[in-house]
Design a protein around this ligand. Structure first.
Ligand code: NDP
Length: 323
């Protein structure tokens, strides 16, 4: 009898809808690999699937990223072999085992642990997407970064800083402000302050070049009001809820702003995109430009507690689930 299990939902709702379900690991078919998982990254998107903000078909196994060791490969698989340590993006990773396309697996470089892999794969690729594929700030430009010490933020801030970008972080507490400064933020604004007024004051009245905004509903207006004419509003998350509709005239009135709502999948769905992002991510890790920041770890069976923690807004860095 296998002790394999996964965490599923049968209905949308609060963290209590997460249910532990016994499973039989599926043997890999052609082009697939079976992985024994050792660390699973928790992401805000998992809470959107659970709450119903992003609809999914039930029953649904949560989870979007993980790391582990290849146990078996199917016919025709050449890029990985049993024993390889890998990290990956995938759907249904809240589980002791995962079976999926081998072509999507990234072999972890020496020196990068499975915990680190699970902490950076989705969040680090998101930071790469934002800085290199969506709006690439020039040295000397100013970026407003919301949730600067969260899962994505704790990678985005040092990476942006390494490019010569001045980061103005927006966060909720003194403790987080201190951490944001430690990882490179030049200035910090508290979310309860007049964020746009402070951002303008810090840029000599000009406004910031770009706002990387993962907070969503509560921060949208402040992001728009903080930008210089022709600045970029990069809205990439909904931690406080989905952004209300913004009329094109609002962008024009503030000076021909650019608004974009990127989703990581569209940047890494091809093998070429995934390889490009992974090369940049592992390169930055190797160079020490960014670090995997594991802030808190929960048992996979206690995933509901992990959801409560991330939704409380009190977590820092990445949150991991351990089978
Ligand atoms: P975080 O670790 O950043 O946690 C969310 C943070 O948002 C909190 O710690 C808090 O930081 C801030 N926050 C502000 N308001 C709220 C609120 N009402 N409730 C909870 N948190 C709030 O999470 P992740 O790193 O996992 O994800 C960050 C964001 O990036 C999410 O919105 C996620 O959806 C998005 N994302 C988007 C992707 C894409 O492809 N578009 C891919 C990956 C992530 P503080 O205290 O500093 O304000």
């Amino acid at each position: 009898m296998s002790d394999a299990y996964c965490i599923q939902i049968n209905e949308t709702g609060g963290p209590d809808v997460l249910t532990k379900v016994a499973m039989e690991p599926r043997q890999p078919g052609p082009g697939e690999a079976l992985i024994r998982q050792s660390a699973i990254g928790l992401n805000f998107i998992d809470t959107y699937h659970r709450s119903g903000l992003y609809p999914v078909k039930m029953p649904f196994t949560l989870g979007s990223e993980a790391a582990g060791t290849v146990e078996a490969v199917g016919e025709g698989v050449e890029n990985v072999k049993p024993g390889d340590r890998v990290a990956y993006l995938g759907s249904g990773t809240y589980a002791t085992h995962f079976t999926g396309p081998a072509s999507r697996l990234l072999v972890l470089p020496d020196g990068v642990s499975e915990e680190e892999g699970a902490a950076v794969i989705l969040k680090g690729l998101t930071a790469w997407m934002l800085l290199f594929e969506v709006y690439r700030p020039e040295p000397g430009e100013t970026a407003l970064v919301w949730a600067p010490v969260g899962g994505v933020g704790s990678i985005l801030v040092p990476w942006a800083t390494s490019l010569g970008v001045r980061v103005i972080a927006v966060t909720s507490s003194e403790e987080k402000a201190g951490k944001a400064r430690e990882i490179g933020a030049m200035d910090v604004i508290y979310a309860h302050e007049d964020v746009a007024g402070r951002a303008r004051a810090l840029t000599g009245g000009k406004g910031v070049d770009v706002s990387y905004d993962s907070v969503g509903k509560d921060s949208a207006k402040a992001s728009l009001d903080s930008l210089k004419p022709r600045g970029w509003y990069v809205t990439f998350g909904n931690a406080s809820g989905a952004v209300d509709p913004i009329a094109p005239g609002e962008l024009s009135r503030r000076g021909s702003l650019v608004m974009t709502r990127p989703g990581l999948f569209h940047f890494v769905n091809t093998e070429e995109g995934l390889k490009k992002g992974a090369a940049a991510l592992f390169g930055a890790l190797r160079a020490g430009t960014i670090k995997a920041q594991v802030g808190q770890t929960f048992d996979l069976a206690s995933a509901a507690d992990a959801h409560r923690a991330i939704e409380s807004g009190k977590t820092v860095g990445a949150t991991l689930l351990k089978p």
